[in-house]
Write a protein that binds this ligand. Sequence first.
Ligand SMILES: *Cc1c(COP(=O)(O)O)cnc(C)c1O
Length: 404
Amino acid sequence: MIYKKKDFFIEKVKASKLAKIYSTPLYCYSYQKLSENINYFKKMFKSIDPLICFSVKSNPNKILLSEIRKLGLGADVVSIGELMRSLKAGIKPNKIVFSGVGKTSKEISYAIQKKILLINAESKSEVLEIEKLAKAKKRKVDIGLRLNPNTDAKTLSQISTGKKENKFGVSEKTFLNLIDYIKKSNFINLKCLSVHIGSQILNNKPYEKMLKVLEKIIDKSEYNFEYIDLGGGMGIDYENKNKNLDLKKYSFHINNFLKRYKTKIIFEPGRSIVGNTGLLISQIIYIKEGDNKNFIILDAAMNDFMRPALYNAKHRIIPLIKTNTRSKKAYEFVGPICESTDKFLTKKKFQKLKEKDFIAICDVGAYGMALSSNYNLRPKATELLIKNSKIQIIYKRQSLKDLI
Ligand SMILES: *Cc1c(COP(=O)(O)O)cnc(C)c1O
């Protein structure tokens, strides 16, 4: 994804051409970026030889999921829908883990029936429910237990999950009690300790603290876990300022951890695999002049891409055709929805824009289309996968007919 002279290209395809052919708003993903991200992740953790389970909730597109499977990853799912889709994408059950605080008996039954690698339980009630359903099926089911390590991930509070006030996982005390309970059960087998402290983590410190907490509890429990599932959360460089999580350093700390414990590591990355693979192309409907700033009213809105409205997340915006101009007034990029939070970014000294111009919102591959909705009865956008000069429609825009 790069400018060639004035035109922005996704692999070998001119982005403005895609906008004209497929119309906007339009999600475009780069296959090359996807495979680079996966290979980089594998390379950084090569010495650990982990099982890498892609967090399906970050981008559940069917075709992307099957490409991710072909590139060697398993799946981390949080609902029966994601589990079914992962199986349909050809991901083997022995590479699937199931997380989430509120799995229903229907979801657990299905997971047992499909013999997935692990159901990661998050409460005593869930452990009892899994045991009951396993007993009914006369099976012994492998489970993980998610610990709440009470570790601050130092990320946005809305995407922090590892502190004791968060709903996720069980406390150390409950964890130790549940180990004793599960040891005596004929129907559940505790194989994994799992954690996931939050998302968009850019510093290794929280992970180091988390590993320390794990050492302490494993020593206390004197239990041999076949797997330690460290979750995901690896942050990406949204600001394009070379602010990345140092995966090498994380790998070094995990290697130290593994000197003490013989176990297989599982990761559940989402954002770091797909985040920077996607762009959301949008056309300017109107430009409304204000006193201090001009509103750039886009045809993409918070229903298409919700992170700015939901988390106040900042995503770079770029023009698809560059000009050497600078706007005097600041631009506020907004959508057409009747909500004041339906805005993407305010930017000073952007290049001068005109009505009908195309722009792209960057790094929308994770939690972009995944969080989209039909709010205001707006159809969901088309998604394209670009591989060299090949263009594949991987999701077709919903038709108004379907919606109304
Ligand atoms: C959301 C989630 C992930 C993925 O997080 P990223 O920040 O996208 O890597 C992994 N594991 C669990 C349990 C999650 O809820």
